[in-house]
Design a binder for this molecule. Sequence first.
Ligand code: DSN
Length: 478
Amino acid sequence: MSRNAESTAFRSALEVIRAVEPRVADAIGAELADQRESLKLIASENYASPATLLTMGNWFSDKYAEGTVGRRFYAGCQNVDTVEALAAEHAKELFGASHAYVQPHSGIDANLVAFWAVLADRVESPALKKAQVRQVNDLTEADWFALRRELGNQRMLGMSLDAGGHLTHGFRPNISGKMFDQRSYGTDPATGLIDYDRVAEAAREFKPLILVAGYSAYPRKVNFRIMREIADSVGATFMVDMAHFAGLVAGKVFTGDFDPVPHAHIVTTTTHKSLRGPRGGMVLCGPELADQVDRGCPMVLGGPLPHVMAAKAVALAEARRPDFADYAQRIVDNAQALAEGLLRRGTTLVTGGTDNHLVLLDVSGHGLTGRQAEQALLDSGIVTNRNAVPQDRNGAWYTSGIRIGTPALTTRGLGTAEMDATAELIHTVLSQTTPGANADGTPSKAKYVLDPAVADSVAKQATDLLAGFPLYPTVTLD
Ligand code: DSN
């Protein structure tokens, strides 16, 4: 393929869009410029390949395809069948799973599909059995009432939010918190690590239907073999949400006890984080849950997005190439270099380091809230997000933490030397920022003071650092 093909494709697409709504074309161009200029350290973001991006812009978007491969509720789905089957095949090969369901539109959707599958598989209920055999129209009011009571009365044990768990693991702002009676396991206050004995104790007391492992802000590996033993000891279904670290599983950085697929009954993921695919979700499971998982649409999902399933097939094919394993290892090497650089400069890190793709800074030692630190870093060209730390005294809105991750910068090609330079830039901003005050003189958790000259200087250094690692180097828009 000629080096020009990607530029030509994106330029042509923008020309076509510009003829209809030039402001959209401009915004797309501006987004590329912004992404090129900023030091992106958001742990859940990445840069999908041009092939993956281009696969999403076509007439697959026009097609309805409810149902599953070969069994659709619409005619004319033969080409959708081709791409959905390909995506599932790549996923199964890549992760060593016996079944893959690639229709979920997001991680929340993937988790809902998994919850439904487990409930349908595990909950004994005549009303539910009717629903399962597609007799939903025959359900009486009393059936619906019984169904709501029986399904909504189940127990889920997952990681607490401030220890790094995710909203969709039974917390109130998400429907899972209404579907399940939730209890959480935290981390050891001294080490910040999961204490498996405490998880086992909580499981014995609470007897969950589902034990969930997985996180969005825990900077360490999880031993899924031990978690499965805990689940088995109380008869729970063991579910892993690997959205954040799917790329590290795909790239064989997480193997043995740390690979969730051989240990969990069901695994969910997004496809756009460390896995570097299109924005979407996916469910992997064994044969026992496959039929229920495949009912995800229309049970909890709207019509599948064939253009995104096609892009999943492309991205998963990329992840099966040998160089993806090298990429996954570099993500972790970079996170560890970044952690070491920050520790050396005196920043406090939750758990004292990392063995995955993310680092969680506790910025309270700098006298700042996460919100103040996030904004000061953003002013300085460094994009991060604030995040709670264990037992956070500032709550989930202001927080005391900053979460950073390396999948995106690693895709750009930055290595361990640049991570040390990045640590220096972060340290400069955090040590030069002070908390601000409200108009009445009381301390503010949002306002901060940072000399604009310092912010400008850091932003310039960030741009210089990135100049050696162009984003989408094969794409020029002018
Ligand atoms: N929003 C994702 C994250 O940033 O971790 C998880 O849903």
